[in-house]
Design a protein around this ligand. Sequence first.
Ligand code: AMP
Ligand code: MG
Length: 403
Amino acid sequence: MIEFDDACELILENTNQLGTDERLIEDAIGWVLAQDVVSPISVAPFRNSAMDGFAVKSQWLAECSANSPRAIPVGPTSFAGRPASHYAADSHALKVMTGARVPDEFDAVVPFEETDYNEDEARFFRPAVPGQHIRPPGEDIARGQKLYAGGTTLGRLDIGILATIGLRAVMTHRKPSLMIIGTGDELTDPGEEQTGDRIYDANTFTILSLVAPYCDRVDRVCNVPDIKEELQKALSSPHDVIVTSGGVSAGERDLVIDIAESCGWRRVFHKVRIKPGKPAYFAVRGKQILFGLPGNPLSAAVTCSVFLIPALKKMAGFTDYRLRPKPAAMPPEDSRKSDRKLIWPGFIREEAGRTTARFSPKKSSGALTALLGTDGLIIQDATDINSGDATVEVILWRDILKP
Ligand code: AMP
Ligand code: MG
């Protein structure tokens, strides 16, 4: 049996960042950039109009006012993507639409609504400020500007920015492929009828949901008729990560470890001094890693959160993959007697710079609803008394489950 911190370290030591590959920008949400992104172009690329209106020389309008408007002949129209070619910049205003090129001879744009105009001429009622309503080249993004550093996780707001500088694809860290295998003769799939002593398989769905953001592909099998043969097959699969649920404790049908080791997996640890999650098992084979998570549903959820997710984040190139527990105060009557480190869901409040924590009232590692409404995990060192040292550590779900 090893300590919790040692288990966390051993997992990360045996987990390596995967390689990189190119991804289409629209498929890169939630992926980690493996390159800096430097804009190859200026945005806007050329001087253009911010309004529909008339491009003018501001000096033409210097003297005009509401009482003495200035009439100027109107030349051709410059459309976005279709600039005007023949125009008389010395005598005619140019009609320009938003996004259309404004030739260098003009230094201001006056919106249509500030003028009176017909096909032949426009009347202006006030002076124009040089530069008004003209977007200079590079107004938004300068050529050579660094927009993202490698290691940034791309979010939904970033994809348009990559598109605006003309990138079709970016280099990102690969995410692992993952195989989940649920073991247990008692399990049946949600949606099926519950018969005999069967219970629904919760764990493979818990794991599936928790790992999804960090994986490229997730396969799942559960309760196959010949578990031994299926385990052998699954444990020999080429996935980067294999996760089993159940079958790693001391029960008579707890086959996972023996079969894994007969399939070439090398044990790194089995059993951690924590509650829940004591039977957790971790093994490696070449660059692959295997997590044997306990079957009790809360144990599976907690060990998946503290062991599996940091490993997946590291593989996928996330820079902030470690758990970062923070100290919190617990009302002494709330602390629990335990001969192992408790890692239990609970309610965490931050008020006036002080963090307080209370355990979820459910005390069974089989009770998945201990998770309901909780803010994160509370870590309490083993203690043989019910109260006393009431300082614990907490990790918010928000941090565990980001991005
Ligand atoms: P095991 O670790 O296989 O001994 O299972 C411990 C407990 O967890 C038993 O009560 C199992 O029925 C239950 N269990 C195992 N696998 C699952 C699962 N996938 N979903 C829900 N409960 C499970
Ligand atoms: Mg079992």
